[in-house]
Design a protein around this ligand. Structure first.
Ligand SMILES: Nc1nc2c(ncn2[C@@H]2O[C@H](COP(=O)(O)OP(=O)(O)OP(=O)(O)O)[C@@H](O)[C@H]2O)c(=O)[nH]1
Ligand SMILES: C[S@@+](CC[C@H](N)C(=O)[O-])C[C@H]1O[C@@H](n2cnc3c(N)ncnc32)[C@H](O)[C@@H]1O
Ligand code: SF4
Ligand code: SF4
Length: 330
């Protein structure tokens, strides 16, 4: 029987999020500072190391892998990694979270590599505002990227929108209408206190999922659905559309008791929880014992008791976790 990863709270780890780069072509205000220094290449896992980490997890019973970043599509040779992971036995869900700007170039290859779902971040449909929120992003490219993903055949595409009071809360209904028109899903995310951002006061911009939901229900009554992905969204449906509306609410509806996931940061740190610092250095194991799968699996198994029960985020604007989101991939 396959070995399984079960933590001290009885939660089985079936989902791993792997950050493949800390670099990004955007500088979203809630994720990065304007002047970011990225890691030297030697500190980042190589493609071979990333593939070995993915294989170790699948051999330990993990069924879902998400590639993230930074922007995963700016990593050179990303398609090679996708092909390799996509062919690993045991994976039932292989996917990516992307800002969408390079999907016109990559969507077909991702599909060919075995991906069937994609999450694409989109916080505004207004080109000027989109530029302000991402600092460098071009809205047209992202919309074109969404279309490219649909054309490539992706079965489920989900938009992710981080809602900030006073910045884009007036676009919630427009974003829902966009998702309905495109026949795709959308999740609304509460901003988390990761990384020290100077652009806005997080205490002032906090906008709860309940408020987003109330706003949507002024136009579309929402019907709760038990459907889940092995992710943190709570989903709702509308009577007259196939699009699902999700809410990712780390503050107002904590989902830690059903947590099924761990992360591998771009430096190969196995991070047991997004909201805490408990971690183990897998890169050191990989480089001390090159090619030794058992040593890597043992390091992962031995790390599990470190997984904390939950995060302790607050909405008062305090930063509890200093690392930026692009290191861990969200
Ligand atoms: N606090 C917390 N936030 C998470 C966790 N997993 C994902 N998120 C946040 O959820 C948002 C969307 O993440 P995605 O990369 O789209 O992944 P997902 O929601 O797990 O994806 P699905 O598989 O489609 O459900 C990001 O802002 C993540 O930081 C988690 O374990 N804890
Ligand atoms: C860090 S990004 C990496 C993948 C890709 N670059 C993208 O933007 O989709 C993953 C997700 O985290 C979200 N995110 C980033 N910073 C966040 C924060 N402080 N709070 C909540 N979500 C955040 C982004 O909106 C995105 O949906
Ligand atoms: S949220 Fe994604 S696209 Fe935006 S800066 Fe962070 S890594 Fe880049
Ligand atoms: S905050 Fe930590 S414990 Fe809670 S769901 Fe996220 S990773 Fe799991």
């Amino acid at each position: 029987m396959t070995e399984q990863l079960i933590d001290n709270f009885g939660r089985r780890i079936s989902y791993v999020r792997i950050s493949v780069t800390d670099r990004c072509d955007f500088r979203c205000v809630y994720c990065m500072s304007e002047e970011m220094t990225f890691l030297p290449r030697a500190q980042v896992l190589t493609l071979e190391e990333l593939a070995m980490v993915a294989r170790a997890f699948t051999e330990l019973g993990v069924e879902k892998i998400r590639l993230t970043g930074g922007e995963p599509l700016v990593r050179r040779d990303i398609n090679q990694l996708v092909d390799e992971i996509g062919s690993m036995p045991g994976l039932t869900d292989f996917t990516m979270t992307t800002n969408g700007a390079s999907l016109r170039k990559h969507a077909k290859q991702l599909y060919a590599g075995g991906m069937r779902r994609l999450n694409i971040s989109l916080d505004s449909l207004d080109p000027e505002r989109f530029k302000q929120l991402t600092r460098t992003g071009d809205l047209d490219k992202v919309i074109d990227g969404i279309h490219a993903a649909k054309e490539a055949g992706f079965e489920r595409i989900k938009l992710n929108a981080v809602i900030l009071k006073g910045r884009n809360d007036d676009e919630v209904l427009d974003l829902v209408d966009f998702a309905r028109r495109e026949g795709i899903d959308i999740s609304f995310i509460e901003e988390m206190p990761l990384g020290d951002v100077s652009d806005h006061s997080r205490a002032e911009t906090f906008y709860s999922s309940d408020d987003v939901q109330a706003l949507i229900e002024t136009r579309y009554p929402l019907i709760a659905t038990p459907e889940t992905t092995p992710g943190p969204s709570r989903y709702f449906r509308m009577a007259d559309s196939n699009s699902r509306i999700g809410f990712i609410s780390p503050h107002s509806h904590n989902f830690c008791d059903t947590c099924n996931r761990v992360r591998v940061t771009v430096e190969g740190r196995l991070l047991l929880c997004l909201g805490n610092e408990h971690s183990v250095d897998l890169r050191a194991v990989l480089r001390r014992h090159p090619g030794n799968m058992q040593a890597l699996k043992d390091a992962i198994i031995n790390a599990l008791p470190l997984k904390p029960e939950r995060h302790h985020f607050t909405t008062d604007g305090d930063v509890q976790v200093v690392r930026f989101m692009n290191m861990t991939g969200g």
